[in-house]
Design a protein around this ligand. Structure first.
Ligand code: OSB
Ligand code: MG
Length: 373
């Protein structure tokens, strides 16, 4: 039984070590919405909302999530007993349209609380079997192909199992060619356009077929499936959808339409673990590989992604870089690390598997609202 008695929304500001540029904009300072949940017996857990500051990846932002959780989502769950997080997820889906990032923050927090209550690791609670997860890096758009190639070579030396390049029109074929040349033919390489192309760009995208890419991520519009299906028929490289997959139904549509052959699952994008696991299971049944994406999370969000990625159909390396890639100091201890290109799943600790640095979070807080039943 699960009953959330109190929910605190806390916005913190943290600076990335280096700015991160995708086709729709750059991020240097992150505003992050953290949730602190307390259940009716006093058990506590933290969770993280993946929404960004601007609606350039998803229609949701940290401000829409603050509003949605405070006005609609928290009142639906506070003081109400749920048999499982899946039941909580279903209630949210029935009552609230969209707002998946806001719902995910609360739903994942419920899974976290369950793990704490049961004295189990989050990975055990979701049923993941892996001891460690192969790690890939996502490299932002750079000024020159040479600068990008230098970063890719550094990443390879650090042990990353897969390298992903952000691309956009004008920073695509030449950049990928230079990186492929620098890395050699065998290093697993992918690209992510974050919706920067139109179907009319299909000839440019077809040029990328020459570089033995594992996949091309989200080339077309954030909510598109039909044009991706058309594009996939013109490409040898598998399309992987990220933004377009907001839940299990969209994943089923992707499979039916042939809009892609691989799915990037971010539990924080799709409404939480219940829906993420449903996508994972559906994909497995159709022999569609999935992998766990990232949203420049702090160590709290990372704990959830690592636990989920311990499920067995997460067959490709995840965007699960260690804390030191993003932050001078993470808000959890120990910080997340990478060992031989993998992140260890902390099955030996209950709950998130890391300690949350509450004092540090206090010092980073911009606003804080506590909601009770
Ligand atoms: O499309 O995967 C994406 C970061 C912000 C918004 C969208 C994306 C990303 C990343 C970052 O690729 C991956 C990471 O967290 O390291
Ligand atoms: Mg992506």
């Amino acid at each position: 039984m699960l009953e959330i008695a109190q929910l605190t929304m806390r916005e913190i500001r943290v600076a990335l070590k280096t700015p991160f540029r995708i086709s729709s904009g750059a991020t240097q300072e992150r505003r992050v919405l953290l949730l602190h949940l307390t259940d009716h017996d006093g058990a506590e857990c933290w969770s993280e909302c993946v929404a960004g500051e601007r609606p350039n990846y998803s229609p949701e932002t940290i401000d829409t999530c603050f509003l949605a959780i405070g006005e609609w989502i928290a009142p639906l769950v506070l003081g109400r007993a749920f048999a499982t997080p899946a039941e909580l997820s279903a209630v949210l889906d029935t009552a609230v349209r969209g707002h998946y990032m806001a719902k995910a923050a609360v739903e994942m927090g419920a899974w976290g609380l369950l793990a704490v209550r049961q004295g189990m690791s989050l990975a055990d609670v979701v049923g993941g079997q892996r001891e460690s997860v192969p790690t890939g890096i996502s490299l932002g758009i750079q000024e020159t192909p040479e600068a990008l190639a230098a970063q890719a070579c550094d990443a390879r030396r650090e042990g990353y199992r897969r390298i992903k390049l952000k691309i956009q029109p004008g920073a695509d074929v030449a950049f990928v060619a230079t990186v492929r040349e620098a890395l050699g033919p065998d290093v697993p390489l992918t690209v992510d356009a974050n919706s920067a192309y139109r179907l009319d760009d299909r000839e440019v995208l077809r040029e990328l077929d020459a570089f033995n890419l594992l996949l091309i991520e989200q080339p077309l519009a954030h909510d598109d499936l039909v044009r991706h299906a058309e594009l996939q028929r013109h490409l040898r490289t598998p399309i992987c959808l990220d933004e377009s997959i907001t839940g299990p139904d969209r994943a089923a549509d992707m499979i039916t339409l042939g809009s892609g052959k691989i799915i990037n699952i971010k539990p924080g994008r799709v409404g939480g673990f219940t829906r993420a696991i449903a996508i994972h299971d559906l994909a497995a049944a159709h022999d569609i590989p999935v992998w766990c994406g990232g949203m420049l999370e702090t160590g709290i969000g990372r704990a959830y992604n690592v636990a989920l990625a311990s499920l067995d159909n997460f067959r490709l390396p995840g965007d699960l870089s260690p804390s030191s890639r993003y932050w001078a100091r993470d808000i959890v201890t120990p910080a997340w690390t990478m060992d031989a290109g993998t992140v260890r799943v902390p099955r030996d600790r209950p709950g998130l598997g890391v300690e949350v640095d509450v004092e540090m979070i206090g010092g980073l807080t911009l606003r804080c609202t506590t909601l009770t039943a």
